[in-house]
Design a protein around this ligand. Structure first.
Ligand SMILES: *Cc1c(COP(=O)(O)O)cnc(C)c1O
Length: 385
C-alpha cells in the first residue's frame, strides 16, 4: 500500500495548510523591503484590532517560551511579588521562569485536570500584596482551560492594581479571550491555534503594561525589551533584530483565514470539535482527563480504557503508522494516555481521519472495538452542525 501521510495532531505544531506553506516558500526579501514593511505593519495592526487591544502587539522571532519571558520581564523589577497559578506543566514552567528572575514568587498549585477559579485567585491575592498574577489559559499537559473572562472580571473589581498575564499559547485564536476583558499581557506563538510553522512569538501588551515598562528603569533583558521593539512595530522599516520575514507573511495569511472564518465562528468551531472528539473517544472507552467544567476546546488528554491493556508507547507508534501523530502525556499523566490536539486550521477530513486512525490503532494493539463506532459518533456530530 502507498505510504500514509501523517496528520500532525499534537498540541502544536498543528497542521499548516497549503496557502500558509506557500507564503513560507516565497522568495525572501530585505527586511526594509517596502512591500514587506507594509505587510508587517498590517499584521501587527490587525492583531491589535482583532484582539481589542489598546496598547502594543509584538511579533518577534522566538517560541512561546520566549513570549513567557518577554511578558514577565517588561512589567516587573527586583523585589516585586508575583503569583503564578499553575494547573500543570506549563504553569510550573512559568513559575520557574519567574523564580529565575529572582522575583518573589508564589505558586498557586491547582490539581491536574482542574483549573484556577476567580475564588481561589482572589483568596490568595487577599492574603498578600502582589504586583502581577500569571494564569495559563489552556494547560497543554492536561487539556484543562481556566475561566479567563471570570478571572479578569474578578480582578477588575477586587484587585484592579494587579497586572494580569495570560499564557494563551494553547488557546489564543481557538479559545475566546480579548485584551479589553482586562488582560495586561496575552501571548501565544505561531504553531498552535494560528496554524503557522513554529518560530514566531506573538504578544499583546495593554496600554497599562506599556506604560508600566516605560516607568521602570532599563531592564536587564535586551532582545525582549518592549522599548526596543515598540519603534519597530510602529515602523517596521527600522531595525532591531531581523524579523522572520517568511513567517510574518505566513502569519498574515493565517489572519486572512481567521477573518474569513470569523473569530466568533472559529471559537464556536473549536468548542464543537472538542465535544465531538470527546464523545467519539468516550464511545470506545477512553476517558477525558480534564474535569467536565474545565475541558479545553483546543486539545484533550485521553486516558486509555482501563480494561484495554494498551501499552502507551506501542499505541502511539502504531497510531503514527496509521497516519496520526499524537503526543505522549507529561508528568503525573505520563503513560496513562495520550494528548490529541484539535486546534487551528483543521477540517472535516482531518477530524474523521484522526478518529478512524485511532480505531485502527486500538484494534492493532489488541483492544477490540467495533470498527466505525467512534467514527459514527463523530460523523453524527459533524452532520448535526
Ligand atoms: C506550547 C506551550 C508553551 C511553550 O511554547 P514553545 O513554543 O514550545 O516555547 C507555553 N505555554 C503553553 C500553554 C503551551 O502550550
Amino acid at each position: 500500500m502507498i505510504k500514509t501521510s501523517k496528520l500532525l495532531m499534537i498540541p502544536g505544531p498543528t497542521p499548516v495548510v497549503r496557502s500558509i506553506q506557500d507564503q513560507m516558500a516565497r522568495e525572501t526579501v530585505a527586511f526594509g523591503d517596502p512591500g514587506f514593511v507594509i505587510d508587517y505593519k498590517e499584521t501587527v495592526s490587525e492583531l491589535n484590532g482583532l484582539w481589542s487591544n489598546n496598547g502594543e502587539c509584538y511579533v518577534v522571532a522566538g517560541s512561546g517560551t520566549l513570549a513567557m519571558e518577554m511578558a514577565i520581564s517588561n512589567i516587573t523589577q527586583q523585589g516585586d511579588s508575583v503569583l503564578v497559578c499553575s494547573h500543570g506543566f506549563f504553569g510550573d514552567r512559568y513559575a520557574e521562569i519567574v523564580q529565575r528572575k529572582r522575583l518573589d514568587t508564589d505558586i498557586l498549585k491547582i490539581k491536574w485536570g482542574s483549573a484556577p477559579t476567580p475564588e481561589l485567585i482572589d483568596e490568595q491575592l487577599s492574603k498578600k500584596s502582589y504586583k502581577v498574577v500569571a494564569v495559563t489559559h489552556v494547560e497543554t499537559a492536561t487539556g484543562a482551560a481556566a475561566p479567563i473572562k471570570e478571572i479578569c472580571s474578578m480582578m477588575k473589581t477586587k484587585h484592579p492594581d494587579v497586572l494580569v498575564i495570560v499564557d494563551g499559547v494553547a488557546a489564543t485564536g481557538g479559545v475566546e479571550a480579548y485584551m479589553d476583558w482586562g488582560i495586561d499581557i496575552l501571548f501565544t506563538c505561531s504553531q498552535k491555534c494560528f496554524g503557522v510553522a513554529p518560530g514566531l512569538a506573538i504578544l499583546w501588551a495593554s496600554e497599562r503594561a506599556v506604560q508600566k515598562r516605560k516607568s521602570l528603569p532599563p531592564i536587564p533583558e535586551s532582545y525582549v525589551d518592549f522599548e526596543k521593539w515598540t519603534p519597530i512595530m510602529k515602523d517596521p522599516f527600522k531595525y532591531w533584530g531581523t524579523p522572520p520575514i517568511n513567517l510574518i507573511w505566513a502569519l498574515k495569511e493565517s489572519l486572512r483565514i481567521i477573518k474569513e472564518e470569523g473569530l466568533t465562528e472559529r471559537y464556536g468551531r473549536h468548542i464543537r470539535q472538542a465535544a465531538m472528539f470527546d464523545a467519539a473517544m468516550e464511545s470506545i472507552g477512553f476517558l477525558v482527563a480534564a474535569e467536565v467544567n474545565f475541558r479545553a476546546p483546543t486539545l484533550s488528554v485521553y486516558f486509555y480504557p482501563e480494561n484495554s491493556n494498551i501499552v502507551d508507547g506501542e499505541f502511539r507508534t502504531i497510531l503514527a503508522e496509521e497516519g496520526v501523530q499524537a503526543a505522549g502525556c507529561l508528568g503525573e499523566y505520563a503513560g496513562k494516555g495520550f494528548r490529541l490536539g484539535h486546534m487551528g486550521n483543521i477540517d472535516k477530513h482531518v477530524l474523521v481521519s484522526t478518529i478512524a486512525a485511532v480505531e485502527r490503532a486500538c484494534v492493532k494493539c489488541g483492544y477490540v472495538i467495533d470498527f466505525g463506532k467512534a467514527v459514527g459518533v463523530l460523523q453524527q456530530g459533524i452532520i448535526n452542525e
